[in-house]
Ligand binder design. Structure first.
Ligand SMILES: CC(C)(COP(=O)([O-])OP(=O)([O-])OC[C@H]1O[C@@H](n2cnc3c(N)ncnc32)[C@H](O)[C@@H]1OP(=O)([O-])[O-])[C@@H](O)C(=O)NCCC(=O)NCCSC(=O)C[C@@](C)(O)CC(=O)[O-]
Ligand SMILES: NC(=O)C1=CN([C@@H]2O[C@H](COP(=O)(O)OP(=O)(O)OC[C@H]3O[C@@H](n4cnc5c(N)ncnc54)[C@H](OP(=O)(O)O)[C@@H]3O)[C@@H](O)[C@H]2O)C=CC1
Length: 402
C-alpha cells in the first residue's frame, strides 16, 4: 500500500479518514506525523498519553493528533452536607494556575472545620430553544397557544428519542414574527445537551407540522448554551445550586487571616458593587476558576464554564462570625456521556464517588452538582479572605511564579 503520508499529501486520503484504514493509535500517530511534516512543529509531546482512545476517536474528537496534559491537584477533604452529596470529598482540580489549588484547599479546610457546606439543588432542567418564523404576529400568537396547550404531544414526541430523558416544560417567547420554544428536560445523570437537542428536533418537526411554523434553527440562542445570558441566571439551566457555610470569628481569623466585617465589606464593594458597575453577569470572585478546574478534571464540557461563572456570592455578618453563600443558577454537569468515560476523567469522577449512572437515575449528577457548589464556596471563601487580608499578590508571587 502506498505510504499514507504521500496519500495525505496528494489528497487521495483525507486526514480525518485515517481511522477507517488504521487502528486508532496508529491513525493518530500518522496524522501527527503528517501535521509535523507540514508545519515544521515538533509535536512529539502530544503523543504520550495514558487514555484509551478506541471510543474517544469515535465519540469525543475528530482529527485527533494526541493529548495535552493538564496537571491535576487535590483539594480537601471537604465536608458536604447536601441532599444528594453527603460526606467528605477530595476535589480533583485540573489547572495551570499556581495558588488555585492551595486556595480551594484552604476554603475546603475552613468548610470542613465549620461542619460542612450546606448545599441544595433549587431547580433542574437542561434547555434547548429552537427558533421558528411565523407569517405575522397573529400566527406567532397561535404557535405560542398551540405550544401551551399541547405539552403531552410534545413530551411524547421528545421522549421517543430517549429512554431516560423527560420533557419538563416548553416555555414560549415571541419577538415580532420570531417564536422561541425553550424546551427543558430532566436529563438524569447526563449533562444532556445531545439528549435535549435530539429530543427537541422531534418537537420542532411536530410544531412545524401542526402549526405551519417554519423552523429556522434548532438552537435559537434562547437556550442559552455557552454564552453569558440573563435568562440562565433567572430561570436556571442544568441544575441550580446554592451552597452556604457559617464560619465563626475564630475560624475566619485563624484560617482566612481576616475578620467577618472585612469579608462582608470586600464582598459588597467588590463582588456586588464592582460587578454591577462593570456590567458583569458574575457577582463573585472566581467561581469560574473552580468550575473550570473541576469540569476539566471530570470530563465536563469546558464551554459550560461560561454559565458556571454566573454565580452570586453573598456574605452576611452573624452574631459570632459570618454566613457565606454561593448561588449558581446554571451548573451543567453529567456523570455519563460526553467526556465522562475517558480514563483519566472517569478516575476523577470515581474519586468523587459519582462515576457513571446513579441509583436512582440522576442521583450521581445531582451529587456532583452539589459538590461543585461546595467547591465554588471553598474558592470564594479563600479568595475573599486573601483580598480582605491583602494577601493576593503575595500568594501569587509565592505560588504562581516558582
Ligand atoms: C495561598 C493561600 C491559600 C495562602 O493562605 P495562608 O492562610 O496565608 O497560608 P497558610 O500557610 O496559613 O495555610 C492555610 C491553608 O491554606 C492551604 N494551603 C496553603 N498553602 C498551600 C499549598 N502550597 N498547597 C496546598 N494547600 C495550601 C492549606 O489548607 C493551609 O492549611 P493547613 O493545611 O496548613 O492547615 C491564600 O493566600 C489564598 O487563598 N490566596 C488567594 C489565591 C487565590 O484564590 N487565587 C485565585 C486565583 S485569582 C484569579 O484568577 C481571579 C481574580 C483574582 O482575577 C478574580 C478577581 O478579579 O477577583
Ligand atoms: N448536541 C448539541 O447541541 C451539544 C452537544 N454537546 C455535547 O454533548 C455531550 C453531552 O451530551 P449528553 O446528552 O449529556 O451525553 P451523550 O449523548 O454522550 O450521552 C447521553 C446518553 O447516555 C444515556 N444514559 C445512560 N445512562 C444514563 C443515565 N443514568 N442518565 C442519563 N442518561 C443515561 C442516555 O441514553 P437514552 O437517551 O437512550 O436514555 C443519554 O441520552 C458532550 O459531549 C457535549 O460536549 C454540548 C453542547 C451542545
Amino acid at each position: 500500500m502506498e505510504d499514507p503520508l504521500a496519500r495525505l499529501k496528494n489528497g487521495t486520503l483525507k486526514l480525518y479518514a485515517l481511522e477507517s484504514e488504521f487502528p486508532p493509535v496508529e491513525a493518530v500517530r500518522v496524522r501527527r506525523n503528517y501535521v509535523e511534516a507540514e508545519s515544521g512543529a515538533d509535536l512529539a509531546a502530544l503523543g504520550s498519553f495514558s487514555i484509551g482512545i478506541d471510543r474517544v476517536v469515535k465519540r469525543n474528537i475528530e482529527n485527533m493528533i494526541g493529548a495535552v496534559q493538564i496537571p491535576v491537584g487535590v483539594a480537601g477533604p471537604i465536608r458536604v452536607n447536601g441532599a444528594h452529596a453527603s460526606g467528605t470529598y477530595w476535589l480533583p482540580l485540573a489547572t495551570t494556575e499556581g495558588a488555585l489549588v492551595a486556595s480551594a484547599n484552604r476554603g475546603a479546610s475552613a468548610i470542613t472545620r465549620a461542619g460542612g457546606a450546606e448545599v441544595r439543588i433549587t431547580g433542574e432542567g437542561m434547555t434547548r430553544a429552537p427558533i421558528f418564523a411565523a407569517r405575522d404576529i397573529v400566527h406567532a400568537a397561535e404557535i405560542v397557544d398551540w405550544a401551551r396547550t399541547h405539552h403531552a404531544e410534545c413530551a411524547a414526541a421528545a421522549e421517543r428519542t430517549t429512554s431516560r430523558g423527560r420533557l419538563l416544560s416548553v416555555t414560549p417567547y415571541i419577538v415580532g414574527t420570531n417564536v422561541f420554544l425553550r424546551c427543558a428536560y430532566d436529563t438524569k445523570d447526563a449533562m444532556g445537551m445531545n439528549m435535549a437537542t435530539i429530543a427537541t428536533a422531534e418537537i420542532a418537526n411536530l410544531v412545524e407540522r401542526e402549526t405551519g411554523a417554519r423552523l429556522i434553527a434548532l438552537s435559537g440562542n434562547m437556550c442559552t448554551d455557552k454564552k453569558p445570558a440573563a435568562i440562565n441566571m433567572i430561570e436556571g439551566r442544568g441544575r441550580s445550586v446554592v451552597a452556604g457555610i457559617r464560619l465563626t470569628n475564630e475560624q475566619i481569623a485563624s484560617i482566612l487571616k481576616t475578620d467577618a466585617r472585612s469579608l462582608v465589606e470586600v464582598n459588597t464593594r467588590k463582588n456586588l458593587i464592582g460587578s454591577a458597575r462593570a456590567g458583569s453577569l458574575g457577582f463573585n470572585a472566581h467561581a469560574a476558576n473552580i468550575v473550570a478546574a473541576l469540569y476539566l478534571a471530570c470530563g465536563q464540557d469546558p464551554a459550560h464554564v461560561v454559565e458556571g461563572s454566573t454565580c452570586i456570592t453573598t456574605v452576611e455578618e452573624t452574631e459570632d462570625g459570618a454566613y457565606i453563600a454561593v448561588t449558581l443558577p446554571a451548573v451543567q454537569v453529567g456523570t455519563v456521556g460526553g467526556g465522562t468515560g475517558i480514563d483519566t476523567q472517569a478516575a476523577c469522577l470515581s474519586l468523587l464517588g459519582v462515576a457513571g449512572g446513579g441509583t436512582p437515575e440522576g442521583a450521581n449528577a445531582r451529587a456532583f452538582a452539589e459538590i461543585v457548589g461546595a467547591a465554588v464556596l471553598a474558592g470564594e471563601l479563600s479568595l475573599l479572605g486573601a483580598l480582605a487580608a491583602n494577601h493576593l499578590a503575595r500568594a501569587h508571587q509565592q505560588l504562581g511564579r516558582g
